[in-house]
Ligand binder design. Structure first.
Ligand SMILES: [Zn+2]
Length: 498
């Protein structure tokens, strides 16, 4: 198998070769790792009469059914269903595999046992994020952590990092991918990394003290928190003139927010800062980044690692794969994962520019890229927000519109019921803080127009706050992830939904 070419030249191969090598690697991975050792997929392949060897091209991947988050959730009969997705090696099968025999002959039995243990024994566990009641555990082995190290080093390369950089990792400290991936990225790339844990661990003040002390070249974190951090830095007249990159993850990064953060960085003494977005999810154990691009230009999108996973874009309704550059839902299949493994995993995330293979217009790398805006449908569904005041609302789009609105900085959308009566009408309250001295009345009028043009609904009230009040409303320094959309509608049984 010559798939080492896929690994060594991950950023240099044309589409046809990527797809051919990915299919080859997938077939091998399914045949020697997933089907023999995954209780769930062994059963599924048997039930559906599927043969791993018959996966000849990436199009054949479509014969495999999707895996959804609900497939892993506990049921009364299977309280620990997620365990069905953890690879559990069978010593007898392993002993028969030619690779194992060859390694034993070359390096001795004890060495092979050690290697297999590192490959399959879970040593770490992360949880899925989102607002679902039940975060799911995902197990990682040493093999996964090694892959994460190499992927995170690539992410730093894509972002244009240099070894002399200093990075403040302000992602919230939690057993979640974002914090740990960023920490691994900094350490394995070899930049001085301080992982502060975000607002809840050190508060905005503690993070500001770190900025003063280390004068970072990179600040990584969740957009809302980074916004508040820079806002407070400006208020306290902190200088951060070394700053070159702001790397954001965990929420969408709109063009308006990029512009605002760049302007704020300029006030801190840092000109021409790159505001780059990172996309990843626990289930994939990976994260991908944009490369630096000229201000005002279109982003080159998320640069994928073709040797570590396959991304498909599918029509969310029919489940059929769409062609290159077409919008759809992001579906992920790993190519080298151990621990918890999910195949054709439906992320619930939609991307409007789809998957493309042409050389990146900014960095020239030839690799699959995800381009356009990502909307996380899962968050909206889980909060039951799709229908508001009886109108179907695209809240993802609304978030972009609010981030792009001039004269306002942080904002929060609050859903209420009139008179707090669960049977009364929905109310929409918009909380905003201004970035300049525009009159409240004028801004109120402009925001109402913007709202109506976008979702054909007017907010019931617009309330103006100063920066400190907004920090309090969004829970900066209190909650793990700052809140931009809150649902305070009481339910008929008296329980608030959040
Ligand atoms: Zn690029």
């Amino acid at each position: 198998m010559n798939t080492s070419r896929l690994q060594n030249r991950w950023q240099q191969l044309p589409e046809t070769e990527i797809r051919r090598l990915q299919a080859e690697k997938l077939r091998h991975y399914l045949r020697t790792v997933v089907v023999p050792f995954s209780p769930h997929y062994r059963e599924l392949f048997r039930e559906q009469n599927l043969d791993a060897g018959s996966i000849r091209t990436l199009d054949d991947l479509q014969r495999l059914p999707f895996t959804k988050k609900t497939d892993l959730l506990p049921t009364p009969d299977h309280p620990e269903r997620f365990k069905e997705f953890v690879l559990t090696p069978d010593a007898k099968i392993l002993a028969r595999q030619p690779k194992t025999i060859l390694r034993a002959v070359l390096h001795g039995r004890k060495k092979v046992e050690e290697e297999l243990s590192a490959e399959f024994r879970p040593v770490s566990m992360y949880f899925t994020t989102g607002r679902a009641a039940e975060p799911l555990p995902f197990l990682l082995t040493k093999h996964d952590l090694d892959n994460m190290t190499s992927a995170s080093r690539r992410l730093m390369e894509v972002c244009g990092a240099r070894p002399e950089f200093r990075m403040l990792n302000a992602f919230p400290f939690a057993p979640h991918l974002a914090f740990w991936f960023t920490h691994h990225a900094g350490v394995s790339f070899g930049v001085l990394t301080v992982s502060s844990g975000g607002g809840k661990v050190l508060g905005t003040e503690g993070n500001l003290r770190l900025i003063k002390k280390m004068n970072p070249d990179v600040i990584a974190g969740v957009p809302t928190f980074v916004y508040h951090l820079l806002q407070q830095a400006i208020e306290e007249k902190v200088r951060c003139q070394n700053l070159k990159t702001i790397a954001l993850g965990g929420e969408k990064t709109s063009d308006g927010l990029r512009r605002k953060l760049r302007d704020m960085a300029a006030e801190l003494g840092a000109r021409n800062v790159n505001v780059l977005s990172i996309y990843g999810f626990t289930e994939g154990k990976l994260a991908w980044a944009e490369c630096p691009f000229p201000h005002g230009a279109e982003s080159g999108g998320y640069h994928l690692y073709p040797d570590l996973g396959i991304i498909e874009i599918v029509d969310p309704k029919t489940g059929r794969a769409v062609s290159s550059g077409q919008p759809g839902e992001i579906v992920f299949t790993p190519l080298d994962a151990r621990g918890t493994v999910v195949l054709r995993y439906r992320t619930g995330d939609f991307i409007d520019g789809g998957l493309v293979y042409e050389p990146c217009p900014h960095c020239g790398r030839t690799l699959p890229r995800l381009v356009g805006k990502i909307s996380r449908a899962s968050e909206i569904k889980e909060m039951n927000l799709d229908k508001l005041k009886g109108t179907l609302v695209d809240l993802n789009q609304l978030e972009h519109v609010l981030d792009d609105a001039p004269h306002i900085g942080a904002w929060q959308l609050e859903l209420r019921k009139a008179g707090d009566d669960p049977f009364d009408l929905d109310e929409l309250v918009l909380h905003v803080s201004k970035t300049d001295s525009t009159a409240n009345q004028q801004l109120d009028h402009e925001l109402r127009e913007r709202f109506y043009n976008e979702i054909e609904v007017h907010p019931n009230r617009i309330i103006f706050h100063d920066a400190a009040e907004m920090r309090q409303l969004q829970g900066v320094g209190v909650v793990i992830k700052e809140q931009k959309v809150v649902d305070h509608r009481p339910r008929a049984n008296g329980d608030a939904p959040m």
